[in-house]
Ligand binder design. Structure first.
Ligand SMILES: [Zn+2]
Length: 317
């Protein structure tokens, strides 16, 4: 596979744009499909976090057309959004969904699975365990964020098939490399590489123009996962949040994480405490990213907690 990360915006078909003006679904526009490669479509999310304005669809998804039907990665936040997506997929692609993949256990990514009855859900073993532990609470939280009406009919669907280690599988007639990580954005992240087109769907592991949520992250694990994904040399990467069609979401995400770590290490070496460091933690380069106000300082705190331990025990000196 070519080791270029060049991604031409001209490769994004404009066909999806027409859908923006199409019929609204319960107050939110229908999900949009953006063609990113032969038989591969990004499904863009909107907004900084799940809320009433975006009906919970804040995370991006991906649809791949295989010989047997559509493989849907991260179906979305709710039954209603799932049904809306199903209609769009059937109209645009004239195919039904035959498999679903959950990249990680965040409710805005996975709660639409029940809109595709009898379609098996695939996830890492760790994601399956985490969903079993906490999906009831996650769903309750999402209901509060998005509203009862938008979430009506949403049921938890636990993964039926699990991925205990990185693996290449033919799913729905398409060869997919499933890359499993112990703990990066959350425990058990999965990224999906379409081997035919070199398209990587990075799930929670990459963002573009979007401040990632590091609330449950392992900084070291995420940094290591990014290095592994970059080493794969994907032809293009669709991030889990932010712009579908950006030139290099993996590099954007790495730059943000590295800048956070460099700031925290500098402050630790200078003997600063967290409270005073937070007063200096503004990073103008990322102010325009979606979610900066909501998440940036929380991310500094998260990285501080992890790197402070290393610093005290000498690993970061
Ligand atoms: Zn997430």
């Amino acid at each position: 596979m070519p080791r270029t990360t060049t991604f031409s915006l001209t490769r994004i078909a404009v066909a999806g744009i027409a859908l923006i003006a199409s019929a609204a679904w319960g107050g939110c526009p229908e999900p949009t499909l953006l063609s990113v490669a032969e038989g591969v479509y990004g499904i863009p999310g909107r907004g900084a976090a799940p809320d009433r304005a975006n009906c919970g669809r804040s995370a991006n998804g991906l649809a791949l057309v295989g010989a047997e039907g559509v493989i849907l990665v991260d179906p979305g936040p709710s039954h209603r959004e799932g049904v809306a997506l199903k209609r769009v997929l059937e109209r645009r692609l004239q195919r039904t969904v035959v498999a679903q993949i959950d990249t990680h256990a965040h409710p805005e990514n996975v709660m639409a699975a029940g809109a595709f009855p009898r379609v098996p859900v695939i996830a890492s073993d760790l994601t399956a365990a985490l969903m079993g532990e906490r999906c009831v609470r996650c769903l309750a939280r999402l209901r509060k964020q998005v509203g009862e009406d938008a979430m009506r009919g949403t049921d938890i669907v636990l993964p039926a098939r699990t991925v205990p280690q990185s693996d290449t599988r033919v799913i729905g007639g398409r060869s997919l490399r499933l890359l499993r990580f112990e703990h990066a954005h959350v425990r058990g992240d999965l990224a999906v590489l379409d081997t035919a087109t070199g398209t990587l769907f990075a799930g929670g592991l990459a963002v573009s123009g979007f401040v990632p949520d590091m609330g449950e992250a392992s900084f070291a694990g995420w940094r290591s996962a990014l290095a592994d994904l970059i080493a794969l040399g994907p032809r293009q990467t669709v991030p889990g949040h932010g712009r579908v069609g950006a030139a290099d979401p993996l590099a954007e995400t790495r730059a943000y994480l590295d800048d956070l770590a460099a700031f925290v290490r500098r402050e630790l070496r200078a003997g600063a405490d967290l409270a005073s460091a937070l007063e200096r933690a503004d990073m103008p380069a990322y102010r325009a990213w979606t979610g900066y106000r909501e998440r940036h300082l929380l991310n500094v705190q998260r990285v501080w907690q992890e790197l402070e331990t290393d610093f005290v025990f000498g690993a970061a000196n």
